[in-house]
Design a protein around this ligand. Structure first.
Ligand SMILES: NC(=O)c1ccc[n+]([C@@H]2O[C@H](COP(=O)([O-])OP(=O)(O)OC[C@H]3O[C@@H](n4cnc5c(N)ncnc54)[C@H](O)[C@@H]3O)[C@@H](O)[C@H]2O)c1
Length: 381
């Protein structure tokens, strides 16, 4: 019999439902150590309950007060997917209640909030805490990761990583909390997208020493959804030029893009690594492909492999079939649940750790300073 990990979900919006859908298709995984089960859900708005009631008849608790889930001994772990201004208070309360937590990025609205969350984690080392980031679980990115661990690139010349959206190019779309500083934070698009772009770089130890940031805002007013318009306060786009010291002592540039207004993109996450011996890239814009460079030192050619479905945790899907966003979400959840049940396995690519969220806040805080000063700033880690 598989171990059951009993979950409470706080925040039943876009991401709360993605989690529930992954739970509903857990049978897709061939050899997961445990089975998640949703026992209780919480949202401040009852509108979110209907979908969960309809699709998950086994859910016992529907509440608008998240503390009801924390007090419930039938719940082992919480997924918390709420606006950024609520991360600090809710994550700290969850951790102190002794429940495991997969929290959403940016893991605190700002550096101060992140520091407080990390202090609560260090006081409660028995709880497993990770931050959500699903894109490295695409098989094409896994291939790039295996190139990195096999040192196929030689000395690194440059890294480019990014996450580019285009949904805010639709100027008729009513504004939501993601465009308001009180809920989303001063980081703007960097808070929304930065942790995704940084997951693999930080795991590789590519911690920027300095950053030069170009942040831009292009649209001042957006529809409020009630016939009027309202100020759109947050940064639309960010380009960060970072200086990273490689393991071999050579410094290299790392260019990070985090954009909510990127023409031609939908929800595109990418990573490109160039080195003296080789280069490779993966983008969710062409999710089946792993591109790598064949080079004899003089002539070079990009090659494209269709990697198929070869995820971290095997599934019932044949390896020649194609992999997508909801498959990546399922893999991220399988990884988190493995963390809870088995403990950190050295052979799996883990979800974002609290320490990696700390480093991302150090970078994003320095990026805000750089944009203000117009100079490159030291990233204080
Ligand atoms: N991993 C990803 O790919 C990804 C994608 C989008 C968003 N996110 C992150 O997920 C989090 C939530 O984003 P979303 O897109 O799901 O937002 P959303 O607006 O769709 O959902 C947020 C939900 O939180 C609820 N909520 C607000 N205040 C609450 C309270 N006090 N108690 C209980 N519920 C409350 C809202 O009613 C809403 O249903 C954010 O941190 C965001 O950055 C992650």
């Amino acid at each position: 019999m598989k171990k059951i990990v009993r979950f409470g979900v706080i925040g039943l919006g876009l991401m709360g439902r993605e989690f529930a859908s992954a739970v509903a298709r857990w049978c897709h995984l061939l050899d997961s150590s445990a089975q998640p089960q949703i026992v209780g859900v919480c949202d401040q708005s009852v509108a979110g309950f209907e979908w969960f009631r309809r699709n998950f008849p086994g859910i016992k608790v529907f509440t608008s007060d998240y503390k009801d889930l924390l007090a419930n001994p039938q719940i082992d772990a919480i997924y918390c997917a709420v606006p950024h201004n609520l991360h600090e208070k809710m994550y700290i309360d969850i951790i102190r209640s002794g429940k495991h937590l997969l929290g959403e990025k940016p893991f605190g609205i700002d550096q101060k909030a992140n520091t407080a969350i990390l202090a609560a984690i260090s006081e409660n080392p028995e709880v497993v805490v990770r931050c959500s980031s699903e894109f490295p679980f695409f098989p094409g990115c896994r291939r790039l990761l295996s190139w990195l661990s096999d040192q196929e690139f030689g000395q690194i010349l440059e890294v480019k990583a990014g996450f580019c959206h285009s949904s805010d190019l639709d100027l008729t779309k009513p504004i939501n909390w993601k465009r308001q500083i009180a809920y989303n934070g001063e980081y703007g698009c960097m808070g929304d997208l930065g942790m995704h772009a940084l997951h693999v770089p930080l795991r590789m130890g590519w911690v920027p020493e300095t950053v030069y940031a170009l942040l831009s805002k292009h649209v001042d007013l957006r529809p409020d959804g009630k016939g009027g318009s309202v100020a759109c306060e947050t940064w639309d786009n960010a380009t960060l030029a970072c200086r990273v010291k490689g393991e071999d002592g050579h410094a290299f540039p790392m260019i990070l893009e985090m954009k909510r207004m990127a023409p031609g993109m939908t929800n595109s996450w990418y990573l490109e690594v160039s080195g003296l011996k080789g280069a490779a890239r993966f983008s969710t814009d062409d999710p089946q492909a792993f591109h790598y460079l064949e080079s004899n030192g003089q002539e070079q050619a990009w090659c494209r492999i269709g990697v198929g479905s070869k995820p971290q945790f095997p599934t019932i899907t044949g390896s020649i079939f194609e992999f997508g966003f909801s498959d990546a979400i399922l893999q991220m959840w399988a990884t988190f649940i493995e963390d809870i049940v088995v403990g950190g396995r050295s052979d799996v690519f883990d979800c974002v750790t609290p320490e990696e969220t700390r480093l991302s806040h150090a970078l994003l805080t320095a990026a805000l300073m750089s944009n203000k000063s117009g100079r490159a700033e030291v990233v204080c880690t």
